[in-house]
Design a protein around this ligand. Structure first.
Ligand code: AMP
Length: 426
């Protein structure tokens, strides 16, 4: 087959049926988990003023290199717009704009855009689901959001997800730590890779994120934030840990977990799938961002939340062999052996009765129609030929067992509803 002229842009992909059905089912499990915990959905624009995202950290790659930016076309108010690279900042912008009552508990789902170097599990357009809980400083809020993500992974059947936990301190203890870290790294600068030497200038914390072999010995010896926490921040961190203990949620303290975005303070966490290749094994992450709303012009409001990558979660499901695609919702396939007009009427009637019904087009042979019926995932075929019309009936064929019977035309819908209820899909 000749290669078509156009392909999906680099770093993006088309999701096609039936994979999209599984995709939607994952999002529905998440929506259910969040809604049942009292979180409501926010749908915000896919593009925002660039300023909304500058607080992610001017030294983070997401801001310096990865934003898809464009000018507003209005010459009177030129504005730099960007496709959102994440949703926490958009949610905080929306909070500052609308000032809902707190605690404001919201969830979201949608595509994010980052100009990254594409590889397996790393795309330029990818989908995240997440929650944000604004207006609660309580460590129980941190525990609640972590538990929500954890139970969501569990509902999908994932068993090989581990939780990494850290505290990044607050505005009192972080500067002290950063100074200690900077002095240490400067004292070992000759042992660091060139890339990390450059990072050190901009943000010493980010050096801890380096995966380069050459940096590992220095990173292992570097001071860690948890040793610098103020009493209050340490107490918050201890409360989060004991909350997780009380829920039986296992975690590993990961003192070098810094995460890619600069707005985090105090609790930070990441979920890694041990079933995935370590380069792209992060299936989610989050933490506290107590200053973000204020920085975006809103009232001082603490917040905690997470974002999980759907693309990678499905890779993890594949790797663990869990969360099979849901069965086709087509219950019945109408095989019209006459001219298709019966199929038009019967599909409409059955669909209105809440039954999944499909048909074929273009006057295809019975054999061809039966083949499509088998492929459709339908459990029954309704066959209509001259004999059936003469008897004011249809032939109802069970596509699993092969038995068939003549059913009065007027009783078809009720008959099918009963049969489908009696033997629900497994
Ligand atoms: P972040 O917003 O960077 O904290 O990422 C949260 C989660 O989104 C990660 O743990 C991944 O599961 C997912 N993610 C981030 N970047 C990408 C990407 N480029 N492609 C696919 N998934 C991503």
């Amino acid at each position: 087959m000749a290669k078509p002229q156009f392909q999906a842009p680099k770093g993006t992909r088309d999701l096609l049926p039936p994979d999209t059905r599984r995709w939607r089912a994952v999002v529905e499990v998440f929506a259910d988990t969040a809604e049942r915990a009292g979180y409501g959905q926010v749908i915000s624009p896919m593009f925002e003023d660039v300023g909304v995202f500058l607080r992610l950290g001017e030294s983070t790659e997401v801001v310096t290199k990865e934003m898809f930016a464009f000018e507003d076309k209005d010459p009177k108010s030129p504005q730099q717009l960007v496709l959102r690279p994440e949703l926490t900042a958009s949610i905080c912008r929306a909070y500052a704009q609308h000032r809902p009552v707190t605690p404001w508990k919201v969830w979201y789902e949608g595509p994010q855009f980052r100009y990254e170097k594409p590889q397996a599990g790393r795309y330029r357009q990818f989908t995240q689901v997440g929650v944000e809980l604004l207006g609660a400083d309580d460590p129980a809020a941190d525990v609640e959001v972590i538990a929500l993500a954890w139970r969501f992974y569990e509902s999908l059947g994932l068993q090989q997800v581990s939780l990494l936990l850290n505290s990044l301190g607050d505005e009192l203890c972080r500067p002290v730590y950063l100074e200690a870290l900077r002095s240490f790294l400067v004292s070992r600068i000759d042992d660091l890779s060139e890339a990390s030497q450059a990072t050190l200038d901009r943000n010493p914390l980010r050096v801890l994120d380096s995966k380069r072999e050459q940096d590992q010995a220095v990173i292992a010896a570097a001071p860690v934030m948890v040793d610098f926490l103020t009493d209050e921040t340490a107490a918050h961190f201890a409360a989060v840990r004991s909350g997780l203990d009380s829920l039986g949620i296992a975690y590993e303290i990961s003192p070098r977990l810094v995460r890619g975005l600069d707005y985090y303070a105090r609790t930070t966490f990441e979920f890694a799938s041990t079933a995935l290749d370590s380069a792209q094994n992060a299936v989610g992450g989050g933490g506290r961002y107590d200053r973000l709303v204020e920085d975006l012009g809103g009232p001082a409001t603490p917040g905690v939340g997470f974002a999980l990558g759907i693309d990678r979660i499905l890779m993890a499901c594949d790797a663990e062999g869990v969360f099979a695609p849901p069965p086709s919702p087509v219950d019945v396939f109408i095989v019209d052996m006459i001219d298709g007009t019966h199929a038009t009427i019967v599909t409409d009637e059955l669909r209105r009765a809440g039954i999944g019904a499909e048909r074929s087009f273009g006057g295809r042979s019975v054999k061809a129609q039966m083949k499509v019926a088998d492929r459709s995932g339908a459990r029954f075929a309704v066959i209509i030929g001259d004999d059936e019309v003469a008897a004011d009936a249809v032939t109802l064929r069970d596509l699993t067992g092969g038995e068939q019977e003549l059913v009065a035309r007027s009783a078809l819908a009720t008959n099918l509803v009963r049969k489908l209820q009696e033997t629900p899909r497994s």
